[in-house]
Design a protein. Structure first.
Length: 202
């Protein structure tokens, strides 16, 4: 998977407008940074005829708009925007999921964006003030596992962590308990389990 944070890291926050780089996965994908420091994923949508809002929730918005990238001819794009710079890191997972969906399966990009963002909507509706540091860390670990190890979106069906199950992910034959730490350690990292049930087979 392409290291999107590194690409965004190359962009200097502009005084106005956007700074953008083409995504290496496709010439129809761009990563951008606006003057407020918010990240954008720009997806070509040549079949779209008018500007409109595709999806909107707290901290996240997608809309179709006419843009000219690198002085090319104006055309329609879907602009997926993180509205709060504090959520830029979380936005990486959303953007990478959209890129994978776009590259893997040809289709209507507007519907691909809407479908993917609807799957992520619950996450963006959670009040950050209502989560403890430990809960945020655990959620990050589960989302990382979902993004990098469990097939998305099919893996969502085996995700039980938010429901308080003894395993974070469980299927008919395999169960996974994700442990996340931010503490540096010398040698092997140690994790604490909540109960012996977490070591039981599904």
């Amino acid at each position: 998977m392409t290291d999107s944070p590194s690409i965004w890291g190359l962009l200097q926050r502009p005084a106005s407008g956007w700074a953008a780089r083409q995504h290496p996965a496709s010439p129809d994908l761009w990563l951008a940074l606006d003057r407020d420091g918010c990240r954008h994923l720009i997806i070509a949508a040549s079949g779209v005829k008018s500007e409109s809002t595709v999806f909107a929730t707290r901290g996240l918005r997608a809309s179709t708009t006419e843009l000219s990238m690198e002085r090319g001819a104006p055309q329609m794009w879907v602009d997926v925007e993180c509205l709060d710079p504090a959520s830029n890191e979380a936005f990486v997972a959303v953007a990478d999921t959209l890129v994978d969906e776009f590259v893997r399966a040809a289709g209507n990009p507007v519907e691909q964006v809407r479908r993917t963002l609807e799957a992520w909507q619950w996450f963006w509706l959670v009040d950050p003030a209502g989560l403890s540091v430990a809960s945020v860390l655990g959620l990050f670990g589960e989302l990382w596992f979902l993004l990098h190890w469990a097939p998305f979106p099919d893996g969502c069906g085996s995700w039980l962590g938010p429901a308080g199950h003894c395993h974070d992910f469980a299927g008919p034959e395999v169960a996974v308990e994700v442990k996340t730490t931010r503490a540096p350690a010398e040698g092997a990292v140690r994790h604490q389990i909540t109960s012996l049930d977490q070591l039981e087979a599904p």
